[in-house]
Ligand binder design. Structure first.
Ligand code: BDP
Length: 717
């Protein structure tokens, strides 16, 4: 072999190794390094008994075989009887013998239709581990959870687990366009290759479904909320059907965004008025047509009368009229409508943060049973930190679903390492006080506060066709963590980070401990270097990449950063207290009081609710100006620390991912400094004060930062 051929082959092999590692997400199935744990697994897992032969069960069996061979170096025998001990018995309730069923009765009583049981039992004095549930998809969830136990190197002796998802709809929202661009997508183009569908089934569709099933996600909205009606034409529905067929055995239902004006655009009607009988019929027929192809089609997600999208208000109707009309169309097929509450209007002079509540709260109890209102976690728009949306808890007779954003539109795209489950947890744990103390957002979302029938959590996906799915290797943790929290909104983000690191990288404690800390702290770091103390929406205009607190020339006032920070000679911040826009009054009295009072308002949300002077004394004794400058510096220092911590991991993980993350952290560091310098130079014009000595001096002028332009920043439509 010539040298160049050798080099070529070597590069090819290492390239595919890299592609595989990144591509495999949290399903690495690394060989078990600890000999005593490996011994424990081998002793307990001699054979697999698989009950049933549905496609889903075959997927479960294949998953077990792959995992065992990769983790333990051998594939346990697939058996059909239980004469010997130490088998893993996998199958749904209806396939179990009455003896097994009776031993699992207590657990079966505890789980819902998607819940699973993993239990060590003794059958005729022979030890076996059973994985079961009420149907095959539940069994598949059990298998993935069992494999998580192995991947995190926990013992499989004496297991008794009965676990069910706490929400019904655990769904990804893809903001994918039909031309494969992704709105706010930073990981390449859309996974859906509409051109080649339905005949060409990309292996990625299967791998995508598998990854989602492994974390309990059971739905996917394939298309952008800024919708294109073409997706509802037969030409495209045929392609959607092909995807639905791939996803079905993994327990994943397909949903689409419905453009409200579709009856005009593709139905040749003159109107899309939800009270018009022809329009009503058009949607009924459209629903029937979809369900004929896709009997388990999930339903529609709708963005109406928001940011220029058409909606019922174009015809003098309201959100209830629009949502209920669509709900009637899908109801005969058990479909649902997810109607978004992300509304604000350029013609409404009201504080933007108040508009969704003002519009939707009065509709409480007016929506049909199969409508769920989808509410973003905060009242503005997926900021590094926002107080919880005041609608949570305020519509007791209406199911509300949470909308989180995994794609980091306002948090450094897929370039910055930010562990979002920490942010999600903060929102879910927030107390709405709507039914007294302990009325957390999580309880609104999982339906336990008001006994809602449908419940759900949506996440705007950060997935694209990049080799590693999410652009940043650590952004995979946000997809993973979203799924885990949708399943159980009470999970601690530290546990999620721990599971993800072990399943994705290594079980070595020397790696886990520092990197887990780094992930947990990464969220506060981004808040510090972008928007400390309650600042928000000061990103540069349009693409939202980098700082732009000076932007003030957009036609819509509420698109301008100056609208949000209101910096002037007297101070900075948006006065939403009683003496300001009184947005605080949209919260329960206990919460309103807390936010309204400068003394009790949490300092990390200070400038969200109050306009305070540059000399205002913070709790640590610093003036607001100094405190803010120090926060910006702290954010930069935190990223520096992340870099130092990461540098020490080289010996624990593969060099490809090590270098990738190191390069990304380098960019993050550069951009954190950019944020600090640009914001402080800009705000300094108003404060007229020196920077504290701990803050590094900017090396560029404000004019320089203002001159930066990014015409091709990704994700901007
Ligand atoms: C904002 C995005 C915009 C989305 C909109 C939405 O900037 O691209 O269309 O939210 O959620 O965050 O509808």
């Amino acid at each position: 072999m010539t040298l160049s051929r050798f080099v070529f082959l070597f590069l090819l092999v290492s390239f595919s190794a890299l592609a595989q590692k990144d591509y495999k997400l949290w399903l690495q199935y690394n060989s078990v390094a600890n000999p005593s744990i490996a011994k424990d697994y081998k002793a307990n897992l001699k054979g697999i008994v698989v009950l049933g032969n549905s496609e889903t069960i075959k997927i479960a069996e294949k998953e077990l075989k792959t995992a065992f061979s990769e983790m333990l170096g051998n594939t346990p025998e697939i058996k059909f009887d239980l004469k010997e001990e130490n088998n893993l018995v996998v199958g749904s309730q209806s396939h179990l013998s009455s003896e097994i069923k009776s031993q699992l009765q207590t657990e079966f009583d505890k789980i819902n239709s998607e819940g699973y049981i993993i239990k060590s039992i003794s059958l005729q004095n022979k030890k076996q581990i059973i994985i079961t549930g009420k149907n095959d998809v539940a069994v598949l969830y059990g298998v993935f959870n069992f494999l998580r136990i192995l991947q995190t190197n926990q013992s499989v002796e004496n297991l008794t687990i009965a676990d069910s998802p706490k929400t019904n709809i655990r769904i990804l929202n893809h903001w994918d366009n039909l031309d494969r661009t992704v709105e706010r997508g930073y990981a390449g183009f859309s996974l859906w290759n509409w051109q080649k569908l339905p005949d060409f089934i990309d292996q990625r569709y299967v791998d995508y479904a598998r990854a989602n099933a492994s974390i309990g996600i059971n739905g996917t909205v394939l298309t952008n909320v800024n919708a294109n009606a073409l997706i509802l034409t037969p030409q495209y529905l045929e392609k959607v059907e092909a995807l639905a067929n791939v996803f079905r055995p993994y327990g994943i239902k397909v949903y689409l965004t419905a453009r409200f004006s579709a009856p005009i655009e593709i139905g040749n009607l003159k109107t899309a008025d939800p009270k018009d009988s022809e329009v009503i019929n058009w949607w009924k027929n459209k629903a029937a047509e979809i369900y004929k192809r896709i009997p388990d089609f999930g339903g529609f997600l709708v963005k109406a009368n928001s940011e220029g999208q058409p909606g019922p208000q174009n015809y003098g109707r309201n959100h209830v009229d629009g949502a209920n009309m669509l709900a009637d169309a899908v109801a005969p097929f058990k479909g649902i409508v997810m109607w978004r509450a992300f509304v604000y209007s350029e013609h409404d002079a009201n504080d933007r943060a108040k508009q969704a509540y003002a519009e939707f709260q009065p509709y409480d109890g007016k929506f049909k049973e199969n409508v769920i209102v989808q509410v973003k976690n905060g009242a503005i728009d997926f900021q590094p930190r926002e107080p919880f949306h005041p609608l949570f808890g305020a519509m007791p007779k209406t199911p509300l679903m949470m909308e989180f954003q995994m794609t980091q539109e306002y948090l450094g795209f897929s370039t910055h390492l930010v562990f979002l489950p920490k942010l999600f947890q903060e929102v879910l744990e927030a107390d709405t006080y709507q039914k007294g103390k302990g009325s957390t957002v999580a309880k609104v979302v999982d339906g336990t506060l008001f006994q809602n029938k449908i419940t759900g959590i949506a996440g705007v996906a950060n997935i694209g066709n990049d080799l590693n799915w999410t652009g940043h290797p650590f952004a995979q943790a946000n997809w993973y963590g979203f799924g885990r929290l949708a399943w159980n909104p009470y999970l601690d983000s530290e546990i999620i980070a721990d599971e993800w690191l072990r399943s994705t990288f290594s079980n070595d404690e020397n790696f886990i401990k520092p990197i887990k800390r780094m992930m947990i702290e990464s969220r506060e770091a981004v808040v510090n270097y972008m928007t400390p103390l309650g600042l928000h929406h000061i990103m540069d205009t349009g693409h939202h990449y980098g700082p732009g607190p000076w932007v003030s020339n957009l036609s819509r006032p509420e698109w301008n950063p100056t609208y949000y920070h209101k910096a002037d000679k007297n101070g900075i911040g948006f006065d939403r207290s009683k003496s300001g826009t009184n947005a605080v009054s949209q919260y329960a009295p206990e919460v309103a009081k807390l936010f309204d009072n400068l003394e009790t308002c949490p300092e990390n949300e200070l400038l969200w609710f109050h306009h305070v002077s540059w000399d205002y004394k913070l709790k640590n004794g610093q003036t607001l100006w100094n405190g803010m400058a120090l926060k910006y510096q702290e954010g930069v220092n935190q990223v520096e620390e992340m870099q130092n911590v990461w540098k020490k991991t080289e010996k624990y993980i593969d060099s490809e991912r090590f270098h990738e993350v190191a390069m990304l952290l380098e960019i993050q560091h550069k951009e954190a400094k950019w944020w600090r310098d640009a914001c402080l130079l800009y705000f300094q014009q108003f404060s007229g004060k020196e920077l504290p000595k701990e803050v590094q001096k900017p090396t560029q002028t404000l004019e320089y930062f203002k001159s930066l332009k990014f015409p091709f920043a990704p994700g901007n439509g």
